[in-house]
Design a protein around this ligand. Structure first.
Ligand SMILES: COc1cc(O)cc(Nc2ccc(C(=O)Nc3ccccc3)c(OCCC[NH3+])c2)c1
Length: 320
């Protein structure tokens, strides 16, 4: 018996959809709970009509998220599309937004600030290494997970220059308060340099808004604000930040930015479970998973897989 779910039925079949945890533009983010595993997720629900000409951006974000797997980048587990909506099932970051955390604590120690800032640089260096500029780096897009680690979210405005990261981008996007001067002025720009400006604004906001630093540290830190040089060519690069004296202080090692997450492995136990559920051989099931996810040796699809299916219609979640 095959079931042809509508997307809404599929979403509610697999997930309890609970309260709203975020609102923004054309998207609402709701807390979800996977009915089988009990795992909490964040479900970003977008109305296609409201998206209008922004619909291609969602496809770009989904494509980007399939190529990003990093300990400080929020995971996308599943995409469920209905006639009216697109739903992204995302990693739930129980600690909420970084700024809410700082407000609640009133101030952080310099070390805690450095730990968080190293994680942000690690995420950004990785995203750039995969050929993407985030272009919307701001406090609202940095969340704290269950292990008190930061996760970069929302790649809805990310850019992937066709000729590589040294090529210029043209779209003026992001939040004005965090956008680089060249972006605000409508000039073409290098995506990674514009992200570094935003990174400087995030650090400046952390410093001046909520973080008590003594003069000596302020001086060292103001040197970091070289990220906010108006001329992109005068700005620090992410690579220079990885081993910057302030960033490495007390750690004495540069930021480790490479992904610690497995790429492209298919969990054997999952295949066993799925082959039983699908009443197919392990070989056929493995092939089905690869075809469904367009898995290939040179593909960057990530993590172990759980194929939840009802006969022919399959949705895939990745873990790990
Ligand atoms: C790749 O990760 C993405 C992409 C994207 O387009 C959107 C999001 N959005 C998310 C993901 C998770 C949360 C979340 O877990 N929030 C939360 C949890 C506990 C307490 C409070 C908030 C999320 O929250 C929405 C508000 C964030 N400003 C959005 C991830």
């Amino acid at each position: 018996m095959s079931v042809n779910w509508t997307g809404d039925e599929e979403l509610h079949h697999f997930y309890e959809v609970l309260e709203t945890i975020g609102n923004g533009g054309f998207a609402k983010v709701k807390l979800g709970r996977h009915r089988l595993t009990g795992e909490k997720v964040a479900i970003k629900i977008m109305d296609k009509k409201q998206l209008g000409e922004d619909l291609p951006r969602v496809k770009l974000e989904i494509e980007a998220m399939k190529n990003l797997s990093h300990q400080h980048v929020c995971r996308m587990y599943q995409v469920i599309e209905t006639t009216a909506k697109i739903c992204l099932v995302l990693e739930y970051c129980s600690g909420g937004e970084l700024f809410d955390y700082i407000i609640a604590k009133e101030c952080l120690t310099e070390m805690e600030t450095r730990v968080f800032f190293r994680q942000i640089i690690s995420a950004l260096a990785y995203v750039h290494s995969r050929g993407y500029a985030h272009r919307d780096l701001k406090p609202e897009n940095l969340l704290i997970d269950d292990n008190h680690n930061l996760k970069l979210i929302d790649f809805g405005l990310c850019g992937k220059p066709k000729g590589g990261m040294q090529c210029r981008l043209n779209t003026c996007c992001g939040s004005p308060a965090y956008a680089a001067p060249e972006v605000i002025l409508g000039k073409s720009y290098i995506g990674s340099s514009a992200d570094v400006w935003s990174l400087g604004v995030v650090l400046y906001a952390l410093l001046c808004g909520y973080l008590p630093f003594d003069d000596e540290n302020c001086m060292a830190l103001y040197k970091l604000i070289e990220m906010m040089q108006v001329e992109p060519q005068d700005r620090l690069t992410v690579s220079e930040l990885l081993d910057h004296p302030w960033v490495t202080k007390d750690f004495n090692i540069p930021v480790e930015w490479h992904s610690k997450q497995q790429m492209g492995n298919i969990d054997a136990d999952c295949i066993t479970e799925m082959s039983i559920a699908l009443k197919r051989s392990r070989e056929t099931t493995t092939q089905l998973v690869k075809e469904t996810l367009r898995f290939s040796e040179d593909d960057d699809s990530t993590g172990s897989l759980e194929l939840i299916s009802d006969n022919d219609s399959c949705t895939c979640r990745t873990h790990g």
